[in-house]
Each structure stands twice: as structure tokens, then as C-alpha cells.
Design a protein around this ligand. Structure first.
Ligand SMILES: [Zn+2]
Length: 306
């Protein structure tokens, strides 16, 4: 189960609302349920299982978080501690080092702040007259950005800033949304919590050269190992759906020294872990009864809350 952000009280954000799910209270209910009804696994146990090829106990689950948002530390970690739920937090290095939010958040920020009612986009027009139209436009722009070559993504954001008439959010504003290294180190020093890599720049790996891909995977691992003083064993591929990584990614992850690699929105792992470099994860839901129904399958391995 892979989560991204957990929100407190009313969801009000200048950034991407799509990555907020569930609320702090819903997350608490979900973790209470998981700790009572499933076999929760640590990173170490997953690594061992992936290497042995043995199936995990029935109804096993793992909680992960991507992207290093500050609400993970503020709202999710206390709940994980309360129920002793193990989890892995995947950190993109540059986001933290440079206080830089991902393009999905910046796109949402521009669209939410613009006064324009229509936006020319790739020979088409995106209407921004209502909240629904704005949400649709954010989705279209994010989908487009996912598979754009990484060199073009910064240009596209600059173009969008110009078209919307909205400046990039300041470093201070972006920093508020992200964890700092002290918080990440505190998580890494908690017995049942682990830190994994989410690459250096969070570029979609299928859009970069093989050489750059290996460097993203290697440099992020070495950086985190030095920063945290411990071995980094796992990586989650940015975005993580099937077109965003490849067999090349998996072998580069292996070469970079990782023991396991996680994809996202790729489903549930049945039986044993067939491929240690494509451990599948599913996205989060808010509603507890839907959450429970997702777990009522035999040998559920990884359940994610993103
Ligand atoms: Zn991510």
C-alpha cells in the first residue's frame, strides 16, 4: 500500500490535491485495521523473502510513502508508532536538498492561482472557468508531463508559468511542504521504519539515458547511505507505473546495489515475490470499507497507501 500525503482536518492545498489521501483520522483507522488483521512486514523481511523466493505468510502487507512530504512526519509517523506499523519512506534527494516540489505540485499551483479562464495547450484549449474544469486541466497537464523527456519538463513548467501569469512558488513555500533531513534521519533511526531511495531528481527513468538512469540510482543510494550512516536497500521508481520504468531500470537498480525495487499502481503481489525489482504497490483509498475489501484477497503481499 503506497501513500503520498496524509492531511489534517479540512483538505486545503495550493498544490496537487490528488496526492492527499487519506485524512489523518482515516489513516489511523486503516493502520489500526492493518495491525490487527494482517502480517505487517519490515523492509528487512521483504528483502529476505525476495531473496529466498519463499511466499510471505497469508495476508501480509507493507506500508510505504513516496516523495518526502512533511505531513508524513507530522501526521503519519505518530500513527505508525502508535500501532508499531513498519513502513518504508522513499525520498527524492533533490526535493529535500533544494526545497523543490515535484512538477505535479507546480502544475497544480499554477492552475489554482491563475486568473486566466482559458489556456492554449499543444494546439488545443484548456478551460479553467470552474473548479471542475481546473481539476481536469491539472490532470491533463500532469498526464502529459509524465512521459515528456526530462530535459523538456523544466521548459514546459516555465512556459506554463508564463501562460498562467503565475510565478513559481518561493523556496520557503515549497520547503514548508517537505520534510527536512533531521526529520528524515529521525524516521530512519526508528526501529521499524526505513528510508529508501526515490532517485536524485525524480525524473521518470524511462525518459532518461541508460547512463543517467544508473547515475540517478547510484548517486541517490550513496547520498542517503552517507547521510544516514546505514545501508540503503530499496528503491521506488518515480511515478512507477509500467511505462515509466523498464527491464533496463531493474538491472540498473541491481547494479547500483539495491536489494529490492518497487513499482506503483501495478497491483497486488500474489504468491511469492516473482521479481525483487518489480514489487508491486497499489494506491490508497480514504474509505475504510473499501480499504478492507482491498485486503480480502488471499496472500495479499503489499498494500499501499499513496
Ligand atoms: Zn514520487
Amino acid at each position: 500500500m503506497n501513500y503520498h500525503r496524509v492531511y489534517h482536518n479540512q483538505l486545503a492545498t495550493e498544490f496537487d490535491s490528488g496526492v492527499f489521501c487519506p485524512s489523518k483520522e482515516e489513516f489511523d483507522q486503516q493502520m489500526a485495521f492493518l495491525s490487527k488483521h494482517t502480517n505487517l512486514m519490515t523492509e528487512e523481511e521483504i528483502v529476505r523473502l525476495a531473496q529466498s523466493g519463499k511466499p510471505p505468510p497469508k495476508r501480509s502487507a507493507l506500508v510505504t510513502f513516496d516523495d518526502g512530504y512533511r505531513d508524513n512526519y507530522l501526521f503519519a509517523v505518530p500513527v505508525l508508532r502508535k500501532y508499531s506499523v513498519p513502513a518504508i519512506f522513499f525520498i527524492p534527494i533533490e526535493s529535500i536538498e533544494k526545497s523543490r516540489l515535484g512538477w505535479w505540485d507546480i502544475i497544480a499551483y499554477f492552475i489554482k492561482h491563475t486568473e486566466k479562464e482559458v489556456l492554449p495547450f499543444k494546439g488545443d484549449e484548456l478551460f479553467l472557468r470552474t473548479e471542475t474544469e481546473k481539476q481536469n486541466a491539472i490532470g491533463i497537464l500532469q498526464d502529459y508531463m509524465k512521459l515528456v523527456r526530462s530535459e523538456e519538463s523544466q521548459d514546459l513548467l516555465a512556459e506554463l508559468s508564463f501562460l498562467c501569469g503565475v510565478d513559481f512558488p518561493s523556496k520557503e513555500i515549497q520547503r514548508e511542504e517537505l520534510m527536512n533531513w533531521d526529520q528524515i534521519m529521525e524516521i530512519g533511526n526508528t526501529e521499524f521504519l526505513s528510508i529508501g531511495s526515490h532517485t536524485v531528481s525524480h525524473r521518470v527513468l524511462s525518459t532518461v539515458s541508460g547512463e543517467d538512469e544508473l547515475q540517478e540510482l547510484t548517486d541517490s543510494r550513496l547520498f542517503l547511505q552517507q547521510k544516514l550512516g546505514r545501508e540503503i536497500k530499496s528503491v521506488a521508481y518515480p511515478v512507477g507505473s509500467y511505462r515509466t520504468f523498464s527491464d533496463r531500470t531493474k538491472s540498473n537498480a541491481h547494479r547500483a546495489g539495491y536489494s529490492i525495487g518497487f513499482s506503483f499502481n501495478t497491483g497486488v503481489n500474489y504468491g511469492s515475490i516473482a521479481d525483487p525489482f518489480n514489487i508491486k504497490r497499489i494506491g490508497p483509498v480514504a474509505d475504510l470499507s473499501i480499504f478492507k475489501s482491498m485486503l480480502i484477497v488471499p496472500r495479499l503481499f503489499v498494500s499501499e497507501l499513496t
